[in-house]
Design a protein around this ligand. Structure first.
Ligand SMILES: [Zn+2]
Length: 438
């Protein structure tokens, strides 16, 4: 008797990234109801199944989808609008431009185009943080991506609220707009912008709300050296100590960037069970800094990898980000043996999943996990010959080597085509929105 299943991906090298680091040289993954029901050498397992669809990858690599731990997807509408500036000056350009175009339309279409960019480069899960986040959620649902949609919180007026006093009403409505659904792949969270734009009271309320709803709280933290100086001047403490004092840290807390933290602050984050997501491309472009990733990992803090928004990177491609993460850590430590390719991959896979609280669902391929799977072609000139998969994935592969992207068992991208939505139509809309700034 064979079991009826939805999809089989077969005839490739399968790297599972599970605890045993299992590999199958001529492997297959069997998928039913969005989950992996079997995985192994295809000669051992395929006789047990009958699938509606079969993808034969013809020797390509089958691996878990990448996890983008931090972006502001809608900001694709501002990609390249302002470059080559430090963060404070960059914000002086970006915020007024953003206020001109930000709204439900810009967020929906900007997010959808970012989803296309991410899907094409092998990202299956994204943590997004912006305003009008219900429209970002609408776009991610359309795109087929797995997403955590974190509604932005700042203490000044935004196109989403004229009076900052109204913001928690808006935020509660946003949270209520997500029906309780265990199987949903698009779920809410909160994103407090940064300690220099948001008061301790707002942080505390966000923390209370997040813990009441059982959702994650994200914030930009200790991004620049200047932020540390400013927060110290205002509150008498560095950013991590400031949030600790205000009762914000918890195991559902993820600090984004964390470039400027001392050893004691790393211990503090670790003691609370908090996580970190680093964004090497954005940190380099804005010269904001390089996070002490090796120290985080040594202390046991789960580290995820993010692209940050497309206006401050300007790519949303985790292959590029993995390469940069490794190289920047080697430069700052003056040690080429630090942060090996295998550990870098962990930040975009299972450790990245832990940093956003999804380690039970995604980050590796094994029975019972979500079927978030990519197929990567490692036969192009920049990847020949092949001695070591880990090395190639971090130092040689590019986003465009991804041939197929499967999210929750659904094929969303295959051989150049995105299936859930009209990609050229979305790009045309984003051009129209961007043209308002010309
Ligand atoms: Zn950011």
């Amino acid at each position: 008797m064979t079991e009826k299943v939805d999809l089989i991906v077969k005839s490739g090298t399968v790297l599972t990234f599970d605890e045993e680091e299992s590999r199958f040289a001529n492997g297959a993954v069997v998928i039913k109801d969005g989950k992996i029901v079997d995985i192994g050498e295809q000669l051992d397992i395929l006789q047990d199944y009958e699938a509606k669809d079969v993808i034969d990858v013809d020797g390509d690599l089958i691996m878990p989808g990448l996890i983008n731990g931090h972006t502001h997807a809608a900001m694709s509408a501002l990609r390249g609008y302002s470059d080559d500036l430090p963060l404070d000056k960059w914000l002086e350009y970006i915020i007024p431009a953003e206020n001109k175009i930000m709204g439900k339309e810009m967020v929906y279409w900007g997010t959808l185009v970012s989803a296309a960019e991410m899907i094409r480069s092998g990202i299956t899960t994204v943590c997004d943080s912006y305003f009008f986040e219900e429209d970002a959620a609408r776009a991610f649902k359309k795109s087929g991506m797995r997403a955590i949609c974190a509604q932005g919180i700042v203490d000044f007026p935004t196109p989403q609220w004229e009076d900052p006093k109204e913001k928690f009403e808006v935020i509660e409505q946003f949270l209520e707009s997500f029906p309780k659904d265990e199987d949903s792949i698009v779920n809410p969270a909160l994103f407090v912008h940064a300690p220099y734009t948001t008061s301790p009271e707002s942080y505390y309320r966000a923390r209370e709300l997040a813990s009441k709803c059982g959702i994650r709280l994200f914030t930009h933290l200790a991004e620049t050296e200047n932020e540390v100086v400013e927060i110290k001047k205002k509150y008498g403490r560095t950013p991590v100590r400031h949030l600790e004092k205000e009762g914000v840290l918890s195991e559902n807390f993820t600090a984004i960037h964390a470039n400027w933290v001392d050893d004691e602050e790393i211990e503090i984050l670790s003691n609370y069970g908090s996580s970190v997501v680093v964004c090497p491309g954005s940190g380099a472009k804005l010269a904001a800094g390089v996070a002490p990733v090796t120290s985080f990992i040594k202390t046991g803090i789960p580290v995820g990898l993010g692209t940050d928004g497309p206006a401050s990177n300007n790519r949303q491609d985790l292959f590029y980000e993995m390469d940069l993460l490794a190289k920047l850590q080697k430069i700052i430590s003056k040690d080429p043996t630090t942060l090996k390719a295998k550990t870098v991959l962990a930040t975009a896979l299972f450790m990245g999943a832990e940093a956003i609280g999804l380690e039970d669902k995604i980050g590796c391929l094994k029975k019972g996990m979500a079927a978030d799977i990519i197929v990567v072609d490692l036969t192009r000139p920049h990847a020949a010959p092949l001695f070591d998969y880990m090395s190639h994935l971090v130092y040689s592969a590019r986003g465009f080597d991804v041939k197929t992207n499967i999210i929750n068992g659904r094929v969303v991208y295959h051989w150049g085509k995105i299936y859930p939505f009209d990609e050229p139509g979305a790009i045309a809309k984003l051009f129209e929105i961007g043209n308002q700034l010309l």
